[in-house]
Structure formats: C-alpha cells, structure tokens
Design a protein around this ligand. Structure first.
Ligand code: URP
Ligand code: ZN
Ligand code: ZN
Ligand code: ZN
Length: 517
C-alpha cells in the first residue's frame, strides 16, 4: 500500500476520525440541471445537508469555497489501467491512474475488462478485480469486453450482470481484426444479448477489414511512420462502422453506446441514427479529441508522433476539436471520457518500422476536466451545468450510478470538486501525476481547475496538495436496467431534425441535454 503525503492507513482510525465531517461553505453548487448558492455538509462520506445557515457539529473542518464552484466529482467512463495490448503494458496502473484522476477532479472511473479470445469472461473479470481492488484511490466500475462469441460467452454475460458481479455494460470491437474484433453476426448476437439482459452494449466503431487491407497497402508502398496509422483509417472508416453498429442495434431493438467518437463524420452518422432509432444511442468523445488533433502524426520526431497514436485516430482536420466541443454542448454527443491507455516511449518504439505495431493509446485521465473547461466553458461554448453533465452526471445516469454519483445533493456520495475558475497551469509531463513519460497536451495553458477534490468524504486534493490513499476506493456494482436507458426516464433519442448541420446555432444548444434530470 502506498500513502501520499500525510495520509495514514486506509483502515486507520485517523482517516475516519479526522476527516469524517466536512463543511464546504460559501460556494456555488453546480449540478447538471442548475446552479445554487449553498453550503454542503458531509458526514461519513455522504452529503447530509445542503443549504445556507446549516447547523453543524463542533470540530467540523470547514473549506471556504467563496468564488469557487462546487461540482460533482468527474466520472471518467473510459480508462485502461494495467492493460496489456500489442506487446506492451500500460504505464498507468490502478494506483497511479486513479491518483492522477483525482488530481484532475475525477472521483470515479470505469475501466474495461478485456478478455483474450477464448478466455473466460469471468476469469478476466476476476483478474481485473484482483489488479484494481487494493490499488484504486477512488471508486471504480467495470465494463467487460466481448472479444469472442460462443454460448459459453453468452452464459457468462448473464452471470456478470447478476448482483454478485455488478456489470451492466459490454464492449464489442469492430476493429483489431486479429485480436478483439467480432464479425457482424457475432456483434448482432452480443448486442441482442445485452438488450435481453437490459445491459448496455458499447461499440468500438471502425471497419477492421478496411484497416487491415489499407495497412497492407501502405506498408507495401513504404509508408511505415505513425502518419500511416491515420491514413489507414480515415473518417469514413469510422463513420461507416458507426452507421453499421446503429443499424445492428436497431435490428436487435437495443440501445447502444459508441465509445471514443473521434470525427465530425462519425458524429453526423450518430446524429442520423439518434433521429430514427427505436432505442437510445449515446456517443462518447475524448479529452484527446477536443484537446489536440491529428496533425501531430506528421511530426518528424517518431516519439512525438507515436505518442498520439490511438484508435480511432485523431483527425488531421483542424476544425475537429471545436466541432466536438460543440457537439458535446449541443447534445449531439452525450459525454466525454479519456480512454486513458498510456505507453512509455520505449513501448511505442515497438512500432518504429511499422506504424501498425505502435501500441494504441494516449493519456487524458488527469487532464480531461481542465481541457474541457478550457475548450468548452472558457470559450463560452458550454455553460458549467452542461460541463457537469458531460463530465459526470450523464455517465452516472447511463451506467446506473445516479444519484449516488454525479450529483451534489443530500444522500449522494461525497465525491465533490471545489473548482477554481481562476486557477492557471501549463500542462506538462514534467509535473503531471500520471506515470507515462509524455503528455499529448504538453505546453497547453489552462485556466480553471480543481482546488479541492473530495473522494467519499475525504479531502484527497487539499488546496492543491495531493493526499490520496491507495485502496481507499471501492468497486461499484452497476445494476442493469438503468431507468435512463431502459425506463420511463429514457434519454430521448429523437431530439433533432434529420440532417441538422453540426453548427453552432442549433436552437437546442445550451443545456440541451437529453439526459433527464
Ligand atoms: O487506442 C485506443 N483506443 N486504445 C485503447 C483500446 C481501445 O480501443 O479502447
Ligand atoms: Zn476501443
Ligand atoms: Zn479504450
Ligand atoms: Zn441539435
């Protein structure tokens, strides 16, 4: 067990007795549905009172949040800690990764169990729990990958959604042809099974066959550098798969969640589907997508270019980042994750003579909130309520953690960020908390960030000082049949006119969340 700064053991009395009561005074509470001037009183990890002039027991620690925003802690719905892929292991493990998450204002992460083809899903799930349970500094949930198909896999999906395991989402891959990809028949079966179980299917939408053939052609033509990665899988390779996944989900009468949407073309395909599908379809984009772009693949430094390799790739169209922020503001996309999947330079070098061997993944878990604040709120594209929706509340609703998570309200978990809209910093790998030796946002100056981060009632970022405790977080069971996906409170899916352009002036823009409050 590792403990930072002044923290004592996770089971130690000190932590509980000194930190079990907390008052956050004079702040402005921002939830996804509104802003309120109120104080927040926390006891034993739970929000007990919200209001002004609260009656509080003596000896309670007080944080003065005057001039600050008091928001639900971020929920990052997409991380890969301690993942082995493409011959390498991610730099961030569950300790360093969740520690970095907390440093950036995120208090819950949802990671992906990714079984090998032929491996038992239950076995892979047990491995992930073993890796994570004693290391996480904040609460975490798990999605499970369906990387192959058989009656045994279907049976294990049924087991995984039970109360014993607490999984309500499964990720299927339309790419990574030799490892995790499913063909359309198996994808249909997996999505159908999710719908029958009232779980949520997630899809990595790219056409794996086209990528494989394009890769062969590029390598044969002598294109070996990282720019080949983007050239082998351009926007239509993504948007075709988005459309196909939506059609399959519609045929299966299932809701759908598309992970890491990276392009304007993909968002357009999603928008068309959202207008016509019988069931809701959700789109997630990434901090990487709004914070940088695919022009980096042409950087003459291999290390620099390879550090930006992820799938689907960043797009060279320089208007993409702002368009994605606008899509988040307009509810054409519903949430933002990090897809944090970091590899050190030495691991990226596996692909030095062949771009298709560069381990895929970038950082983002630490910078996700500040990057979106900078690109979305400071620019006036989205208001703070929508910021809370896309960084926290919508994930809580979709993955059935609401209102335990994603809300500052009585009886919710005390996962809170005291956000200073004036805090300035320049992002750099030299000072970031992540283990990886590169940062794709290097040198970006951001205004606005967390001053205090409270995880289950404990102050883990204390006026800028990180004081996390390894193992303090717990595994969150995510129950099936989320009312926001399957129930009366269903996220509306047909909120726009067909062929509505991706433009700034949509009438439904600000706070146009289809996630009900
Ligand atoms: O490049 C990426 N996205 N790496 C992580 C694996 C995945 O597809 O999410
Ligand atoms: Zn993926
Ligand atoms: Zn991922
Ligand atoms: Zn719209």
């Amino acid at each position: 067990m590792t403990v930072d700064a002044t923290a004592t053991s996770v089971s130690g009395v000190n932590i509980k007795s000194s930190q079990n009561r907390l008052l956050i005074k004079n702040g402005r509470i921002v939830n996804d549905d509104g802003i309120e001037e109120a104080d927040v009183y926390i006891e034993d990890g739970i929000i007990k009172q919200v209001g002004r002039n609260l009656i509080i027991p003596g000896g309670t620690r007080t944080i003065d949040a005057a001039g600050k925003l008091v928001m639900p802690g971020g929920i990052d719905p997409h991380t890969h800690f301690e993942l082995e892929m493409m011959g390498a292991k991610t730099a961030d493990d569950f300790y360093k990764g969740t520690r970095a998450a907390v440093a950036g204002g995120t208090t819950t992460i949802i990671d992906f169990v990714l079984p090998e083809k032929g491996q038992s899903l239950l076995e892979a799930y047990a491995n992930w729990r073993e890796k994570a349970d004693n290391k996480v500094c904040c609460d975490y949930g798990l999605h499970v990958g369906v990387t192959w198909w058989s009656p045994a896999v279907q049976k294990e999906m049924k087991q995984l959604v039970s109360e014993q395991y607490g999984v309500n989402s499964f990720k299927m891959f339309m790419a990574y042809r030799n490892t995790w990809m499913l063909d359309d028949y198996d994808l249909y079966c997996a999505i159908e099974t999710c719908a029958e179980l009232k779980a949520l299917p997630q899809v990595h939408a790219e056409n794996g066959h086209i990528i494989a053939r394009n890769t062969e052609k590029l390598l044969a033509a002598g294109v070996t550098r990282p720019e080949g990665h983007q050239l082998s899988r351009d926007e239509e390779v993504e948007s075709e798969a988005v459309n196909r996944a939506c059609v399959i989900a519609n045929q299966a009468n299932s809701p759908l969640y598309i992970v890491h949407m990276m392009s304007k073309s993909a968002v357009r395909a999603l928008q068309l589907a959202r207008n016509k599908q019988k069931q809701p379809v959700y789109g997630e984009t990434l901090a990487a997508t709004v914070g940088t772009d695919g022009t980096h693949y042409r950087n003459s430094c291999f290390r620099h270019a390879a550090a930006h390799v992820l799938s689907p790739p960043l797009r060279p169209d320089p208007s993409t980042p702002q368009a994605m922020v606008e899509a988040l503001a307009d509810d054409h996309l519903q949430l933002i994750g990090s897809d944090n999947c970091t590899f050190h330079e030495k691991d990226k070098e596996i692909g030095k003579g062949n771009f298709s061997k560069i381990p895929n993944g970038v950082n983002g878990v630490e910078d996700r909130m500040t990057i979106l604040w900078q690109k979305g709120v400071n620019t006036g594209i989205m208001d703070p309520c929508r910021f809370v929706a896309v960084t926290s509340s919508s994930a809580a609703k979709i993955f059935n953690l609401w209102p335990q998570k994603g809300r500052v309200a009585v009886n919710s978990d005390a996962d809170i960020v005291v956000w200073d809209p004036r805090l300035e910093k320049t992002i750099t790998a030299a000072s970031h908390k992540q283990a990886v030796d590169f940062n794709i946002f290097e040198g970006q100056h951001v205004v606005g960030g967390p001053q205090y981060v409270i995880v289950n009632g404990r102050v883990c970022l204390d006026d800028g000082e990180l004081r996390v405790v390894e193992g303090l977080g717990k595994f969150l069971k995510t129950p099936i049949n989320s009312p926001y996906v399957y129930g009366e409170q269903n996220l509306s899916h047909a909120d726009h006119d067909l062929l509505e352009p991706l433009s700034r002036d949509s009438p439904d823009r600000v706070n146009g969340s289809s996630v009900p409050t």
